[in-house]
Design a binder for this molecule. Sequence first.
Ligand code: AMP
Length: 214
Amino acid sequence: MRVVLLGPPGAGKGSLAGLLKEKYHLAHISTGDMLREEIKKGTALGVEIKNLIASGALVSDELVTKLVEQRITSGQDLQNGYMLDGYPRTVKQAQDLDMILAKAQAPLDFALNMDADPDLILRRLTGRRVCRKCGAIFHMINHPPKKSAVCDICSGELYQRTDDNEETIKARMKVYVESTQPIIDYYGRQNRLKKLDGNLETVDLADELAAMLK
Ligand code: AMP
């Protein structure tokens, strides 16, 4: 199964992908994670990316599409399919992805849109903590770790993303509405869109998806 996860920041795309990875062994391809890896390398490109992410702006279509193309065409772990999380984020990226997948003769099965209420998004993102080592996602109130700042799964250190503050979240939401939301119509017009309620908890989302796919 090859799926694109769509929806605003905080709709639960990463959490759902984490759960489906465990359950169905689908690879979780997150462009945000790939870009944060690039930042860790400390290159000039990494610094440029860091500043863009910190401001809530998008990284260039060319750069992100190149990263995705490399990952999709050379991944050894994609036998069961994958979920693209955070890509595409512009209509241009959606078109480029279709071209890449047509060339590989491995088209998408569908795009899954998850929308959530703005207040809930803000609460989810400001309370979110992420494991530095395995990427597991926690929430200080809804899903707190057993030990403060320590990952339940791998004992890695939990941290708060620099872009998970109120000001940057507002900027990311604006970018989402202007640049990313039009993709929903792009897939809708081609009858490739499914929808889930992003206000639901992750386990319920996974159940709804399983029922939808039966
Ligand atoms: P995410 O982890 O998906 O919330 O992404 C964090 C940040 O990485 C975004 O706010 C963007 O700055 C950047 N980013 C991630 N994916 C993309 C993409 N497909 N196109 C452009 N920028 C991206």
